[in-house]
Design a protein around this ligand. Structure first.
Ligand SMILES: NC(=O)c1ccc[n+]([C@@H]2O[C@H](COP(=O)([O-])OP(=O)(O)OC[C@H]3O[C@@H](n4cnc5c(N)ncnc54)[C@H](O)[C@@H]3O)[C@@H](O)[C@H]2O)c1
Length: 316
């Protein structure tokens, strides 16, 4: 297959690209190598992908419609849209980036698809859409209650997808990711911050005194799920939680780490962008893909830590 993957230099995008390249698909990656977090990390991911002959990389910003439309002659079988400005706290510092990278870029992508007849799109949504909903586990049919601009941008993506499906018959699968972790992960997310603080002997600030829970979901499970969907299941506009259905308390996680490793921490109060708990229901995606075996967080945590140390990620 010829697959367009946006956000190919990102965490999920680089893992997915490599998986598909190993399966001999042709991957066309787009990324603007934005500096929200270490550009060195993004360049390293792209360098790793460039060892595959079937990988082509285009560096540009998706808000630039002209550059995107230049790719019209490539007959993509599938588009996987992962590029976005991520992060909930940063949306209080730089809200306009979410407009350009998450809303305008999404419109450009669906317009590209409409105009040049690409009718299968998988796109990244987010668990943030649920906000502080108290009905756990969170189900896809609950009303979104976004509490920051990032979550609003993802809700708008879902609404645009709905509209483009109804108007132009483009088929979409929206994936509400819940705290994905794993190899090539994001330096701005908790796990890699723990590893870095430990290795670099720097203080780690823990929001809300650690009184949060997150439904951590392993990257290779996510990739397998996307692979199954990509093979034959993109019809209508469907939305799925991508989660392991196993919330982990952050304070317990920190304390467990501290039992084995040194870590300086300072507790701070809750940021208003944060939600207290994420815990998703994954019955719908399990039924749809028959993927049933989500990885155990306690086992994978140390594998990922070892990978991090071996690859000296704390130096990037
Ligand atoms: N990782 C998670 O736990 C998680 C959770 C919920 C949702 N998501 C969503 O999944 C997707 C992938 O997340 P990730 O963790 O890999 O994030 P990431 O930041 O590592 O990857 C996103 C990539 O998109 C690129 N990008 C951003 N704006 C762009 C633009 N305007 N044009 C071109 N490229 C642009 C960035 O440079 C980056 O490499 C995002 O849409 C994110 O919002 C991720």
């Amino acid at each position: 297959m010829k697959i367009l993957i946006t956000g190919a230099a990102g965490f999920i995008g680089c893992n997915l690209s490599e998986y598909f390249l190993e399966k001999k698909h042709e991957i066309f990656g787009i990324d603007n190598l934005d500096d929200y977090y270490s550009v060195k990390v993004k360049k390293k991911r792209i360098l790793n992908l460039k060892k595959y002959k079937k990988f082509k990389f285009f560096k540009f910003d998706l808000s630039n419609k002209k550059k995107l439309f230049n790719l019209k002659k490539i007959k993509f079988d599938l588009i996987i849209h992962l590029a976005a400005q991520a992060g909930v706290r940063y949306s209080f510092i730089n809200p306009d980036k979410y407009y350009h990278s998450n809303i305008i870029s999404f419109i450009n992508l669906v317009e590209f698809s409409r105009k040049y007849n690409f009718n299968k799109i998988i796109y990244a949504s987010s668990s943030s859409i649920y906000g502080d909903s108290k009905k756990f586990p969170l189900k896809e049919n609950q009303n979104p209650q976004p509490k920051n601009i990032y979550a609003v941008s993802k809700q708008i993506n879902e609404e645009i997808a709905d509209m483009y499906h109804k108007l132009y018959n483009i088929n979409f699968v929206g994936l509400r990711f819940f705290t994905i972790y794993g190899e090539w992960g994001r330096p701005d997310m908790l796990l890699f911050k723990i590893f870095k603080s430990h290795l670099n002997k720097k203080k780690l600030f823990i929001n809300n005194f650690g009184n949060h829970s997150r439904d951590f979901t392993y990257i290779k499970d996510v990739i397998k799920i996307i692979d199954i969907i990509s093979r034959n299941k993109i019809k209508n506009h469907q939305i799925f939680n991508i989660c392991s259905n196993n919330p982990v308390n952050i304070l317990n996680l920190i304390n467990k780490f501290k039992k084995n490793f040194s870590l300086k921490t300072q507790m701070i109060k809750m940021h208003k962008a944060d939600v207290l708990k994420t815990h998703g229901d994954n019955k719908k995606i399990k039924k749809f893909t028959k993927f049933n075996k989500f990885s155990n967080f306690n086992e994978k945590f140390f594998d990922v830590f070892n990978w991090y140390k071996q690859n000296k990620f704390n130096k990037l």
